[in-house]
Design a protein around this ligand. Structure first.
Ligand code: C2E
Ligand code: MG
Ligand code: MG
Length: 464
């Protein structure tokens, strides 16, 4: 068991800690000593003469995310949110080893200092503590709202030399604990490397747009009943001058947190429509799908912008599909629905991308004016052997067909999955079994020379 600061009355640091907070008098989070006192306490502990191998550990505990707390205050009122904060403070105090002082760093963030005898015992203590803190207090707050709880730990001197560094490190630990769902996380420099990369990417997104670092690739889509390539999905690529290719799964979510999202979608739409116009002029007729970001659909002018771009590039709306994900609708359903209706009125087909991976459920199919449902690769990769995937994909195909929608499967990697999908009536397929995403010139060559899949023996292999 670690020794707690309160167990060491001879410790000279104790004299420097002004607030003497214990379980009994921790009635209100707002009356807890604040951040500046926490700073002083940490510095006092680490400035005290070392006692054997004893280490100082800083714990930072989040009882909810700031958004959850704001939501609580908005829905239930500020007084009720304060009661939640106070009940959390009481409960954490009760879970901490006796005489440990708790500090309030914000309405949802608390901190304390623990002394560590041996690391393995300390880990056990943290496990127990995290378990208790996460187990709701039966006599606590009367409204049983579930919030995210995260605990971060930083040890002196390994994770920081002073209070500021230790608090920052423990804060990184909390963030990691909340993100990963782990009960507690001790600081690791890996967390910083991830955030430094994120910071670099965020900083470099703007220059990338003007610096020719983005381009589009095209992944063929094939009509599964005939084996004929009917078009492609346009996919964004970012080639960072120092970090190399950045996967869209990494930079698109970042993009959605910046004001650049509309500029980059404009760029994507412009580049795709320009290319479509060139292909049509050359006598080719691929149907091109473009991914719309969640934020685009919350923009009241998105459909109007799209209409302007069709006119500028002399592209007919029915040559284009827009792919939208379920998460887009969940943010602001009324506004997004309005945009989708307008897009549909322009004559653009809508595809529901990654269907079934969000939390919106079946009502989504009724709500969106879609023409296609796209089955995500996670359900397709193991399709030939995974019975659960088969059940889900088969029922999605049947449901979509019954509702008059066509079905696209993405992530078809092998002939077995392709065979299964054909047998079960899936309409369109996309995946590496046909082709990975291609540069525009390669896709054009593909369209001209290999328009029919070789897996369809009755079809011609080469069309001129
Ligand atoms: P998505 O829209 O669901 O795109 C399909 C993803 O599945 C693409 O990944 C594609 O390369 C991949 N894929 C398809 N078949 C296979 C296969 O057989 N094997 C493997 N391993 N992968 C396959 P990509 O290009 O990495 O894009 C990832 C996600 O990034 C996209 O998922 C989309 O959500 C987003 N994204 C890509 N381009 C754009 C864009 O222009 N705008 C927006 N807003 N998002 C984009
Ligand atoms: Mg897509
Ligand atoms: Mg998808």
């Amino acid at each position: 068991m670690p020794t707690m600061p309160g167990d060491a009355p001879d410790h000279h640091a104790m004299a420097l800690i002004e607030a003497h907070w214990s379980v009994d008098d921790s009635r209100s989070g707002s009356r807890l000593p604040d951040r500046s006192r926490f700073f002083s306490a940490i510095n006092a502990f680490i400035g005290a003469p070392p006692r054997g191998d004893m280490q100082i550990a800083i714990l930072v505990i989040d009882t909810a995310t700031p958004n959850q707390y704001e939501e609580l205050a908005r829905v239930l009122g500020r007084d009720e949110a304060d009661l939640f904060r106070d009940a959390s403070a009481r409960w954490i105090s009760a879970c901490l080893p006796a005489h440990t002082k708790l500090y309030s760093l914000s309405s949802v963030r608390f901190g304390c200092v623990l002394q560590v005898d041996t690391p393995s015992d300390f880990e056990e203590t943290l496990d127990r503590l995290a378990y208790r803190i996460r187990t709701p207090d039966p006599a606590g707050w009367s409204i049983p709202v579930a919030t995210s709880v995260g605990i971060g730990v930083a040890c002196h001197p390994h994770h920081g030399a002073d209070a500021a560094e230790l608090l920052r490190a423990a804060g990184s630990g909390v963030h990691e604990s909340l993100q990963s769902g782990k009960p507690w996380c001790a600081y690791s420099p890996v967390f910083d490397r991830a955030s430094i990369r994120t910071a670099h990417l965020l900083r470099d997104l703007g220059p990338a747009l003007t610096g020719d670092q983005f381009h589009l690739v095209y992944q063929p889509k094939t009509d599964l009943s005939t084996g004929r390539c009917i078009g492609a999905e346009a996919l964004l690529r970012w080639n960072h001058p120092a970090l190399g290719p950045i996967p869209p799964d990494e930079f698109v979510p970042l993009l959605e947190r910046t004001t650049l999202v509309h500029a980059i979608t404009n760029w994507t739409l412009g580049a795709a429509l320009r290319q479509v116009a060139l292909w049509r002029d050359a006598g080719l007729d691929p149907q091109i799908s473009i991914n719309a970001s969640m934020r685009d659909l919350g923009d009241d002018h998105f459909a109007a912008r799209l209409a302007g771009l069709f006119e500028r590039h002399a592209v007919r709306p029915d040559w284009i599909d827009i792919e939208v994900t379920e998460s887009a609708l969940m943010k602001d359903p009324v506004r997004v629905r309005r945009q989708l209706d307008e897009i549909r009125r322009l004559g653009v087909a809508i595809e529901i991308d990654d269907y079934g991976t969000g939390q919106s459920g079946l009502s989504y199919l009724k709500y969106i004016p879609a023409s296609y449902v796209k089955i995500p690769q996670v359900f397709v990769f193991q399709l030939a052997s995974d019975r659960n995937d088969q059940i889900m994909v088969r029922s999605t195909i049947d449901l979509a067909h019954d509702m008059g929608l066509r079905v696209v499967a993405e992530g078809i990697r092998d002939e077995a999955a392709l065979g299964w999908l054909r047998e079960h009536g899936c309409d369109i397929g996309q995946g590496n079994v046909f082709s990975p995403p291609l540069e525009a010139v390669q896709f054009e060559r593909w369209l001209r020379n290999a328009r029919y899949s070789p897996f369809y023996s009755t079809n011609p292999q080469v069309v001129t």
